[in-house]
Design a binder for this molecule. Structure first.
Ligand code: GTP
Ligand code: MG
Length: 343
């Protein structure tokens, strides 16, 4: 049994800063490539544990624990009201959620929706209380952990921040969740962590990455254990036509493995369909699958969890949101068909 990467969905109201947060982590400028700076598709980004160790190294010296997961796989979602299906689809494959809240705005319509999604799907979540750099009088300390930068703020600013945190605590309480600023939490199983941060200055991001890594490997260990030799299972995020390549589907593989030449089954509007994988493309580390374009590596096989692109014939009416199963023996088909139809 190996431990796979946790899948983390990023949810929150329009403009809360979901894409900026991932962007800051990736250090690329995806935001400039998006129409109107609004995320219209789900994307996936893998951040390796080496990168996380590097970003969080000062905190790791304090909290000393061993990181066992291979990477974190982030799924961005759009906050616009119309894309509720994409948020649910992202949530349905995820192990953990980050709900991004704009500190000056507090809870907004899609913040409530995000909490409902986590509650219904039973996904543990934390709150990224974003844009702390916009608090009156805030002195930025780029890239610093929150627990360091907060000590360097004036008393008045510290009090103001805690007032904002308190407002969130009250809102979460109305949902039946006990919560606190993350550095004051004693038992992370009982309280929802609130991490003040800034996607603009990078403050608090070391805390966020380390906390997600630590919590997911500690509390989700059983769920993350996979049989790496098992047949792959994933979910289709998107289907599209790529010039010169043909139809492709972007999927999140959350169990087992998938190989070039494997047969796959998935849903279409007209029932279950099959295809044979012509090639498997994996975006390079730290690139978002939506913008990877020529930053894809062709691979022969991949293990969960991963965001990958599949090239095959017969994908033209593959249904986004459908589960996708790898099968190698035709005897398995009846069972897979039944599982797909039951979804
Ligand atoms: P949707 O995808 O449309 O739901 O929005 P989003 O949540 O991905 O928000 P996005 O990252 O596009 O950010 C919205 C705006 O907030 C942009 O103008 C960002 O530059 C700004 N922004 C994001 N994070 C921060 C931050 O930490 N501080 C400040 N000052 N501005 C921020
Ligand atoms: Mg966005």
């Amino acid at each position: 049994m190996a431990i796979r990467s946790p899948i983390i969905v990023v949810l929150g109201h329009v403009d809360a800063g979901k894409t900026s947060l991932l962007d800051r982590i990736r250090n690329t400028s995806i935001i400039n490539k998006e129409a109107g700076e609004m995320t219209q598709h789900i994307g996936a980004t893998e951040v390796s544990i080496e990168v996380i160790k590097n970003i969080s190294k000062t905190l790791l010296n304090i909290y000393k624990f061993e990181l066992k997961i291979p990477s974190l796989l982030f799924i961005d979602t759009p906050g616009h009201e119309a894309f509720s299906n994409l948020r649910k689809r992202g949530g349905s494959v995820s192990d953990f959620a980050i709900i991004v809240v704009d500190i000056l705005e507090g809870f907004q319509k899609q913040t409530y929706e995000a909490i409902e999604i986590c509650k219904n799907l039973k996904i543990p979540f934390l709150i990224a209380l974003n844009k702390i750099d916009r608090i009156d009088g805030w002195k930025p300390n780029n890239e610093k952990p929150f627990i360091e930068t907060i000590k360097q703020q004036d008393q008045k600013v510290q009090a103001k921040l805690d007032e904002y945190v308190y407002n969130i605590v009250v809102k979460l309480y109305e949902f039946g969740f006990d919560s606190d600023r993350y550095d004051r939490i004693k038992d992370f199983r009982k309280q929802v962590a609130i991490i003040p941060l800034s996607a603009r200055t990078g403050e608090g991001i070391p805390d966020l990455l380390l906390l997600i890594s630590g919590l997911s490997q500690r509390f989700l260990e059983e769920k993350l254990k996979i049989n790496v030799e098992g047949s792959g299972i994933g979910v289709i995020l998107e289907r599209k036509e790529e010039k010169g390549i043909g139809d492709v589907i972007d999927i999140i593989l959350y169990d087992g493995r998938i190989k070039k030449g494997d047969k796959i089954a998935f849903l279409t509007r007209n029932g279950v369909k099959y295809a044979k994988i012509k090639s498997l493309l994996k975006p390079q580390n730290l690139t978002d699958i939506r913008f990877a374009k020529n930053k894809f590596n062709e691979i022969n096989e991949v293990y969960a969890a991963a965001g990958i692109r599949i090239v095959a014939d017969n994908l033209e009416d593959a249904l986004p949101g459908s589960t996708i199963y790898v099968f190698n023996k035709d005897e398995e088909l009846k069972d897979i068909e039944n599982r797909l139809k039951a979804d």
